[in-house]
Design a protein around this ligand. Structure first.
Ligand code: BGC
Length: 254
């Protein structure tokens, strides 16, 4: 079925209609700069604009950059704190008049990769890391997601929070060369490997397209591969998540 998938990021909010049977985009991908501050009101205006530009009135899946428990935002590292405690799903559903399903952005990028991408049929532990304004993580064991892992906030052995040391935003702000940043990111992956021993590490977000520029700095034992859907994985996973929720609610879908 077709579902509008939206990925809310720190710099851009992207949306496209996704065919959930294949994960393919069946519309143009639209991107709008993230508003600053990214309050519920200002983000809501962007969501509404994406809905209108796609002439959309069906279900919507949204990847949101925070821990999301049953539709409610619990954290707000790269989004306005006014979201904390808000039922993001209900808020955007009221705004758009469409059924809305929301989960953590990295978890949803992971969902797309596990179903149709780099993690398909992989047995064991798969760690997805999305590299953007923040560092997002999704952790799967034998294909099952342990949601809201928030491992981008782990403190590294240099005393710094990983997201403040090795995100794409930090690379940009400090104008780090890819190899320099690669060493930082590797420090993060080494920490992850010591704790979780993943069988596969999948990189999503903007930097996933640039893996060739820093691959030489990566020393972990697990294979490290770019997301099959690169930085579109979040949008695709958002649509898949909405479909899963609709089916779980017993809706008779095509
Ligand atoms: C947030 C996560 C999110 C990640 C990527 C982090 O700052 O805490 O929830 O998945 O950024 O957007």
């Amino acid at each position: 079925m077709k579902i509008l998938g939206i990925d809310i990021g720190g710099t851009g909010i992207k949306g496209a209609v996704i065919e959930t049977a294949t994960g393919e985009l069946v519309s143009e991908r639209l991107r709008i700069e993230s508003p600053r501050p990214a309050t519920p009101e200002s983000v809501g205006i962007v969501i509404q604009s994406l809905v209108e530009q796609h002439c959309w009135s069906g279900p919507i899946g949204i990847g949101f950059p925070a821990a999301i428990q049953h539709g409610v935002a619990r954290t707000a590292a790269n989004i306005d704190a006014a979201f904390i405690g808000l039922s993001v799903a209900d808020y955007f559903a009221r705004q758009t008049g469409c059924p809305v399903y929301v989960a953590n952005d990295a978890d949803l990028a992971g969902l797309a990769e596990m179903r149709f991408g780099a993690g398909k049929d992989v047995v064991g532990v798969v760690l997805i890391v999305t590299i953007g304004t923040g560092l997002g993580t999704a952790l799967f064991g034998d294909g099952r997601l342990l949601s809201n892992t928030e491992l981008g906030h782990i403190v590294l052995d240099n005393g710094l929070e990983a997201e403040h040391y090795a995100s794409e935003a930090v690379r940009d702000a400090q104008q780090l060369k890819w190899k320099e940043w690669g060493d930082r990111f590797n420090r993060y992956l080494v920490t992850m490997e010591k704790l979780f021993w993943p069988d596969l590490i999948v990189l999503g977000g903007g930097a996933s397209k640039k893996l060739h520029k820093f691959a030489s700095r990566i020393t972990v034992q697990a294979p490290v591969v770019p997301a099959h859907f690169l930085n579109q994985a979040g949008m695709i996973g958002a649509a898949l998540f909405a479909e899963d929720k609709l089916r779980a609610a017993g809706q008779n879908l095509p």
